[in-house]
Write a protein that binds this ligand. Structure first.
Ligand code: NAP
Length: 307
Protein backbone atom coordinates (compact mmCIF):
# COMPACT_ATOMS: atom_id res chain seq x y z
CA UNK A 1 0.00 0.00 0.00
CA UNK A 2 1.31 3.52 -0.65
CA UNK A 3 1.76 6.44 1.74
CA UNK A 4 -1.33 8.66 1.79
CA UNK A 5 -0.19 11.16 4.45
CA UNK A 6 3.32 12.10 5.56
CA UNK A 7 2.27 12.79 9.13
CA UNK A 8 -0.95 11.80 10.92
CA UNK A 9 -1.89 13.02 14.39
CA UNK A 10 -4.27 10.86 16.42
CA UNK A 11 -5.85 12.85 19.23
CA UNK A 12 -7.47 10.26 21.51
CA UNK A 13 -6.25 6.68 21.32
CA UNK A 14 -8.98 4.38 22.63
CA UNK A 15 -10.95 1.75 20.73
CA UNK A 16 -11.44 3.90 17.61
CA UNK A 17 -8.15 5.87 17.58
CA UNK A 18 -6.26 2.68 18.47
CA UNK A 19 -7.91 0.73 15.63
CA UNK A 20 -7.14 3.51 13.13
CA UNK A 21 -3.51 3.51 14.34
CA UNK A 22 -3.21 -0.25 13.86
CA UNK A 23 -4.71 -0.06 10.34
CA UNK A 24 -2.41 2.82 9.33
CA UNK A 25 0.61 0.80 10.47
CA UNK A 26 -0.59 -2.45 8.91
CA UNK A 27 -1.32 -0.78 5.58
CA UNK A 28 1.67 1.60 5.61
CA UNK A 29 -0.50 4.68 5.03
CA UNK A 30 1.65 7.27 6.83
CA UNK A 31 5.35 7.87 7.40
CA UNK A 32 4.82 9.31 10.89
CA UNK A 33 1.96 8.78 13.33
CA UNK A 34 1.85 11.07 16.36
CA UNK A 35 -0.31 9.77 19.18
CA UNK A 36 -1.76 12.02 21.86
CA UNK A 37 -3.99 11.26 24.85
CA UNK A 38 -4.86 13.39 27.84
CA UNK A 39 -3.81 10.86 30.51
CA UNK A 40 -0.19 9.69 30.93
CA UNK A 41 -1.47 6.12 31.52
CA UNK A 42 -3.22 5.84 28.14
CA UNK A 43 -0.31 7.50 26.32
CA UNK A 44 2.14 5.10 27.96
CA UNK A 45 -0.03 2.12 27.08
CA UNK A 46 -0.27 3.31 23.45
CA UNK A 47 3.52 3.46 23.36
CA UNK A 48 3.83 -0.04 24.86
CA UNK A 49 1.49 -1.27 22.15
CA UNK A 50 3.54 0.53 19.49
CA UNK A 51 0.51 2.36 18.07
CA UNK A 52 2.47 5.32 16.68
CA UNK A 53 5.92 6.62 15.88
CA UNK A 54 5.78 9.50 18.44
CA UNK A 55 3.88 10.02 21.68
CA UNK A 56 3.05 13.55 22.77
CA UNK A 57 0.99 14.54 25.81
CA UNK A 58 0.04 17.99 24.50
CA UNK A 59 -2.55 17.87 21.69
CA UNK A 60 -1.45 21.30 20.36
CA UNK A 61 2.10 19.98 20.03
CA UNK A 62 0.93 16.72 18.45
CA UNK A 63 -0.91 18.33 15.51
CA UNK A 64 2.06 20.49 14.42
CA UNK A 65 3.02 19.60 10.83
CA UNK A 66 0.35 16.87 10.62
CA UNK A 67 -1.38 16.51 7.24
CA UNK A 68 -4.25 14.54 8.75
CA UNK A 69 -5.61 15.06 12.27
CA UNK A 70 -8.14 12.56 13.60
CA UNK A 71 -9.93 13.48 16.82
CA UNK A 72 -11.24 10.36 18.59
CA UNK A 73 -12.50 11.55 21.98
CA UNK A 74 -15.98 11.47 23.59
CA UNK A 75 -18.22 13.90 21.70
CA UNK A 76 -18.59 16.19 24.72
CA UNK A 77 -14.84 16.82 24.67
CA UNK A 78 -14.53 17.75 20.99
CA UNK A 79 -14.92 21.51 21.49
CA UNK A 80 -12.16 21.66 24.12
CA UNK A 81 -9.85 19.60 21.89
CA UNK A 82 -10.57 21.85 18.88
CA UNK A 83 -9.71 24.89 20.99
CA UNK A 84 -6.42 23.29 22.09
CA UNK A 85 -5.24 22.35 18.59
CA UNK A 86 -6.56 25.36 16.62
CA UNK A 87 -3.43 27.51 16.91
CA UNK A 88 -0.93 24.88 15.72
CA UNK A 89 -2.77 23.21 12.81
CA UNK A 90 -0.74 23.10 9.60
CA UNK A 91 -2.16 25.07 6.65
CA UNK A 92 -3.88 22.63 4.29
CA UNK A 93 -4.30 19.93 6.96
CA UNK A 94 -7.40 17.77 6.97
CA UNK A 95 -9.03 17.73 10.41
CA UNK A 96 -11.64 15.07 11.00
CA UNK A 97 -13.31 13.29 13.91
CA UNK A 98 -15.07 9.98 14.57
CA UNK A 99 -17.76 11.16 16.99
CA UNK A 100 -21.10 9.38 17.16
CA UNK A 101 -23.08 12.65 16.88
CA UNK A 102 -22.43 15.21 14.19
CA UNK A 103 -24.49 18.41 14.63
CA UNK A 104 -23.14 18.94 18.13
CA UNK A 105 -19.54 18.10 17.21
CA UNK A 106 -19.66 20.60 14.33
CA UNK A 107 -21.17 23.27 16.58
CA UNK A 108 -18.37 22.69 19.09
CA UNK A 109 -15.40 22.37 16.71
CA UNK A 110 -16.16 24.62 13.73
CA UNK A 111 -15.82 27.96 15.58
CA UNK A 112 -12.20 27.06 16.42
CA UNK A 113 -11.19 25.78 12.97
CA UNK A 114 -8.89 28.24 11.18
CA UNK A 115 -9.77 29.00 7.53
CA UNK A 116 -6.54 27.41 6.28
CA UNK A 117 -7.55 23.81 7.26
CA UNK A 118 -10.11 21.39 5.82
CA UNK A 119 -12.52 20.39 8.59
CA UNK A 120 -14.48 17.29 7.51
CA UNK A 121 -16.50 15.61 10.29
CA UNK A 122 -16.92 11.85 10.11
CA UNK A 123 -18.29 8.79 11.89
CA UNK A 124 -17.21 5.20 11.28
CA UNK A 125 -20.18 2.89 11.92
CA UNK A 126 -18.07 0.26 13.60
CA UNK A 127 -17.24 -0.47 17.19
CA UNK A 128 -17.52 -2.82 20.12
CA UNK A 129 -18.53 -2.45 23.78
CA UNK A 130 -14.84 -2.27 24.76
CA UNK A 131 -12.80 0.90 25.22
CA UNK A 132 -9.20 2.02 25.64
CA UNK A 133 -6.10 1.45 23.47
CA UNK A 134 -6.01 -2.31 24.14
CA UNK A 135 -9.51 -2.70 22.70
CA UNK A 136 -8.53 -1.59 19.18
CA UNK A 137 -7.72 -4.07 16.44
CA UNK A 138 -6.73 -4.25 12.79
CA UNK A 139 -9.73 -4.49 10.49
CA UNK A 140 -12.41 -2.96 12.77
CA UNK A 141 -13.63 -0.81 9.88
CA UNK A 142 -13.44 -3.47 7.20
CA UNK A 143 -16.79 -4.03 5.52
CA UNK A 144 -18.42 -1.33 7.64
CA UNK A 145 -19.79 2.07 6.61
CA UNK A 146 -18.15 5.37 7.36
CA UNK A 147 -20.37 8.46 7.17
CA UNK A 148 -18.76 11.78 6.30
CA UNK A 149 -20.74 14.97 6.88
CA UNK A 150 -18.89 17.57 4.78
CA UNK A 151 -19.76 21.23 5.20
CA UNK A 152 -21.03 23.34 2.29
CA UNK A 153 -17.59 24.93 1.91
CA UNK A 154 -15.65 21.63 2.05
CA UNK A 155 -12.92 21.36 -0.60
CA UNK A 156 -13.78 18.42 -2.92
CA UNK A 157 -10.11 17.37 -3.21
CA UNK A 158 -9.70 17.15 0.59
CA UNK A 159 -12.99 15.24 0.83
CA UNK A 160 -11.84 12.80 -1.86
CA UNK A 161 -8.57 12.26 0.03
CA UNK A 162 -10.35 11.47 3.30
CA UNK A 163 -12.79 9.22 1.48
CA UNK A 164 -9.89 7.27 -0.06
CA UNK A 165 -8.34 6.92 3.39
CA UNK A 166 -11.47 5.28 4.84
CA UNK A 167 -11.91 3.14 1.75
CA UNK A 168 -8.34 1.89 2.17
CA UNK A 169 -9.29 0.85 5.71
CA UNK A 170 -11.98 -1.28 4.05
CA UNK A 171 -14.98 0.97 4.70
CA UNK A 172 -17.69 2.03 2.34
CA UNK A 173 -18.21 5.76 2.54
CA UNK A 174 -21.51 7.65 2.53
CA UNK A 175 -22.06 11.40 2.72
CA UNK A 176 -24.92 12.88 4.72
CA UNK A 177 -25.94 16.20 6.11
CA UNK A 178 -25.34 16.34 9.88
CA UNK A 179 -29.00 16.49 11.10
CA UNK A 180 -29.89 13.51 8.89
CA UNK A 181 -26.92 11.57 10.28
CA UNK A 182 -28.09 12.30 13.83
CA UNK A 183 -31.62 11.11 13.06
CA UNK A 184 -30.50 7.89 11.39
CA UNK A 185 -28.03 7.10 14.17
CA UNK A 186 -30.65 7.84 16.83
CA UNK A 187 -32.69 4.87 15.58
CA UNK A 188 -29.96 2.42 14.54
CA UNK A 189 -27.55 2.99 17.41
CA UNK A 190 -28.58 5.40 20.13
CA UNK A 191 -32.09 4.02 20.83
CA UNK A 192 -30.92 0.37 20.95
CA UNK A 193 -28.24 1.33 23.48
CA UNK A 194 -30.70 3.30 25.61
CA UNK A 195 -33.18 0.40 25.55
CA UNK A 196 -30.38 -2.01 26.52
CA UNK A 197 -29.23 0.23 29.38
CA UNK A 198 -32.84 0.46 30.51
CA UNK A 199 -33.70 -3.25 30.37
CA UNK A 200 -30.49 -4.27 32.12
CA UNK A 201 -31.13 -1.57 34.72
CA UNK A 202 -34.71 -2.82 35.23
CA UNK A 203 -33.53 -6.41 35.74
CA UNK A 204 -30.98 -5.15 38.23
CA UNK A 205 -33.71 -3.32 40.14
CA UNK A 206 -36.21 -6.22 40.21
CA UNK A 207 -36.69 -7.45 43.74
CA UNK A 208 -38.59 -10.62 42.82
CA UNK A 209 -35.82 -12.04 40.66
CA UNK A 210 -32.58 -12.63 42.46
CA UNK A 211 -29.44 -11.44 40.79
CA UNK A 212 -28.17 -14.99 40.39
CA UNK A 213 -31.28 -16.02 38.44
CA UNK A 214 -30.87 -13.09 36.04
CA UNK A 215 -27.33 -14.23 35.35
CA UNK A 216 -28.10 -17.96 35.38
CA UNK A 217 -30.91 -17.80 32.82
CA UNK A 218 -29.50 -14.90 30.80
CA UNK A 219 -29.01 -16.99 27.62
CA UNK A 220 -32.78 -16.75 27.02
CA UNK A 221 -32.45 -13.19 25.68
CA UNK A 222 -31.19 -10.92 28.43
CA UNK A 223 -27.51 -11.42 27.67
CA UNK A 224 -27.90 -10.04 24.12
CA UNK A 225 -28.81 -6.69 25.72
CA UNK A 226 -25.94 -6.84 28.19
CA UNK A 227 -23.33 -6.50 25.43
CA UNK A 228 -24.75 -3.10 24.44
CA UNK A 229 -25.31 -2.14 28.08
CA UNK A 230 -21.63 -2.82 28.81
CA UNK A 231 -20.60 0.05 26.49
CA UNK A 232 -18.50 2.93 27.76
CA UNK A 233 -20.52 5.13 30.18
CA UNK A 234 -18.68 8.36 29.29
CA UNK A 235 -19.17 7.88 25.56
CA UNK A 236 -22.86 7.09 25.94
CA UNK A 237 -23.57 9.85 28.43
CA UNK A 238 -22.12 12.26 25.88
CA UNK A 239 -24.09 10.73 22.98
CA UNK A 240 -27.36 11.12 24.93
CA UNK A 241 -26.61 14.71 25.87
CA UNK A 242 -25.37 15.66 22.39
CA UNK A 243 -28.09 14.09 20.24
CA UNK A 244 -30.90 15.02 22.59
CA UNK A 245 -33.56 16.12 20.08
CA UNK A 246 -33.27 13.17 17.70
CA UNK A 247 -33.12 10.69 20.59
CA UNK A 248 -36.17 12.19 22.32
CA UNK A 249 -38.09 12.04 19.02
CA UNK A 250 -37.20 8.35 18.55
CA UNK A 251 -37.99 7.57 22.19
CA UNK A 252 -41.45 9.13 21.78
CA UNK A 253 -42.15 6.93 18.76
CA UNK A 254 -40.74 3.92 20.57
CA UNK A 255 -43.03 4.52 23.58
CA UNK A 256 -46.08 4.75 21.29
CA UNK A 257 -45.17 1.49 19.57
CA UNK A 258 -44.53 -0.17 22.91
CA UNK A 259 -47.98 0.90 24.09
CA UNK A 260 -49.46 -0.72 20.94
CA UNK A 261 -47.63 -3.95 21.78
CA UNK A 262 -48.73 -3.75 25.40
CA UNK A 263 -52.36 -3.35 24.31
CA UNK A 264 -52.13 -6.27 21.87
CA UNK A 265 -50.81 -8.51 24.66
CA UNK A 266 -53.44 -7.29 27.13
CA UNK A 267 -56.34 -7.94 24.71
CA UNK A 268 -54.97 -11.19 23.33
CA UNK A 269 -54.59 -9.80 19.81
CA UNK A 270 -52.28 -12.55 18.57
CA UNK A 271 -52.53 -11.56 14.90
CA UNK A 272 -51.07 -8.12 15.66
CA UNK A 273 -48.19 -9.68 17.55
CA UNK A 274 -47.61 -12.27 14.83
CA UNK A 275 -47.59 -9.60 12.08
CA UNK A 276 -45.05 -7.45 13.91
CA UNK A 277 -42.77 -10.37 14.76
CA UNK A 278 -42.88 -11.48 11.10
CA UNK A 279 -41.89 -8.00 9.88
CA UNK A 280 -38.99 -7.78 12.33
CA UNK A 281 -37.66 -11.18 11.32
CA UNK A 282 -37.37 -9.91 7.74
CA UNK A 283 -35.24 -6.97 8.97
CA UNK A 284 -32.78 -9.40 10.54
CA UNK A 285 -32.56 -11.25 7.20
CA UNK A 286 -31.84 -7.96 5.38
CA UNK A 287 -28.98 -7.18 7.79
CA UNK A 288 -27.39 -10.57 7.11
CA UNK A 289 -27.90 -10.14 3.34
CA UNK A 290 -26.21 -6.71 3.53
CA UNK A 291 -23.13 -8.37 5.09
CA UNK A 292 -23.56 -6.52 8.39
CA UNK A 293 -23.81 -9.75 10.42
CA UNK A 294 -23.41 -13.50 10.03
CA UNK A 295 -26.30 -15.93 9.81
CA UNK A 296 -24.94 -18.32 12.45
CA UNK A 297 -27.63 -19.40 14.94
CA UNK A 298 -27.60 -17.41 18.16
CA UNK A 299 -25.08 -14.91 16.72
CA UNK A 300 -22.51 -17.69 16.39
CA UNK A 301 -22.34 -18.35 20.13
CA UNK A 302 -22.74 -22.15 19.91
CA UNK A 303 -19.07 -22.76 20.55
CA UNK A 304 -19.30 -20.76 23.78
CA UNK A 305 -22.39 -22.67 24.94
CA UNK A 306 -20.60 -26.01 24.59
CA UNK A 307 -17.82 -24.96 27.01
P1 NAP B 1 -12.33 5.26 24.27
O1 NAP B 1 -11.84 3.91 23.88
O2 NAP B 1 -12.93 5.44 25.61
O3 NAP B 1 -11.12 6.30 24.11
C1 NAP B 1 -11.35 7.66 24.37
C2 NAP B 1 -10.11 8.50 24.10
O4 NAP B 1 -10.51 9.86 24.33
C3 NAP B 1 -8.94 8.24 25.05
O5 NAP B 1 -7.72 8.54 24.41
C4 NAP B 1 -9.20 9.23 26.18
O6 NAP B 1 -8.05 9.68 26.83
C5 NAP B 1 -9.75 10.41 25.41
N1 NAP B 1 -10.60 11.25 26.25
C6 NAP B 1 -11.59 10.85 27.09
N2 NAP B 1 -12.17 11.93 27.66
C7 NAP B 1 -11.51 13.02 27.20
C8 NAP B 1 -11.62 14.41 27.45
N3 NAP B 1 -12.57 14.89 28.26
N4 NAP B 1 -10.77 15.24 26.80
C9 NAP B 1 -9.84 14.76 25.95
N5 NAP B 1 -9.68 13.44 25.68
C10 NAP B 1 -10.51 12.59 26.30
O7 NAP B 1 -13.41 5.80 23.23
P2 NAP B 1 -13.76 5.30 21.74
O8 NAP B 1 -14.70 4.14 21.83
O9 NAP B 1 -12.52 5.18 20.96
O10 NAP B 1 -14.64 6.53 21.24
C11 NAP B 1 -14.05 7.69 20.72
C12 NAP B 1 -15.06 8.43 19.87
O11 NAP B 1 -15.50 7.54 18.83
C13 NAP B 1 -16.32 8.89 20.59
O12 NAP B 1 -16.65 10.18 20.15
C14 NAP B 1 -17.38 7.91 20.14
O13 NAP B 1 -18.65 8.55 20.10
C15 NAP B 1 -16.90 7.53 18.76
N6 NAP B 1 -17.29 6.20 18.30
C16 NAP B 1 -17.26 5.15 19.16
C17 NAP B 1 -17.64 3.89 18.71
C18 NAP B 1 -17.63 2.71 19.65
O14 NAP B 1 -18.25 1.67 19.37
N7 NAP B 1 -16.94 2.77 20.77
C19 NAP B 1 -18.02 3.71 17.37
C20 NAP B 1 -17.98 4.79 16.50
C21 NAP B 1 -17.62 6.04 16.98
P3 NAP B 1 -7.52 9.09 28.23
O15 NAP B 1 -7.72 7.60 28.17
O16 NAP B 1 -6.08 9.50 28.20
O17 NAP B 1 -8.34 9.73 29.29
Amino acid sequence: MSIQFERVALIGIGLIGGSIARDIAALGLARQVVVSSRSPETLKRAEELGLGTEYVACAAEAVKDADLVIVSVPVGASGAVAEQIAGTLKPGAIVTDVGSTKTSVIAQMLPFMPPHVHFIPGHPIAGTEKSGPDAGFVGLFHGRWCILTPLPETDPAALAKLKTFWETLGSRVDEMDPPHHDKVLAIVSHLPHIIAYNIVGTADDLETVTESEVIKYSASGFRDFTRLAASDPTMWRDVCLHNKDAILEMLARFSEDLAYLQRAIRWGEGDKLFDLFTRTRAIRRSIVEAGQDVDAPDFGRHALDKK
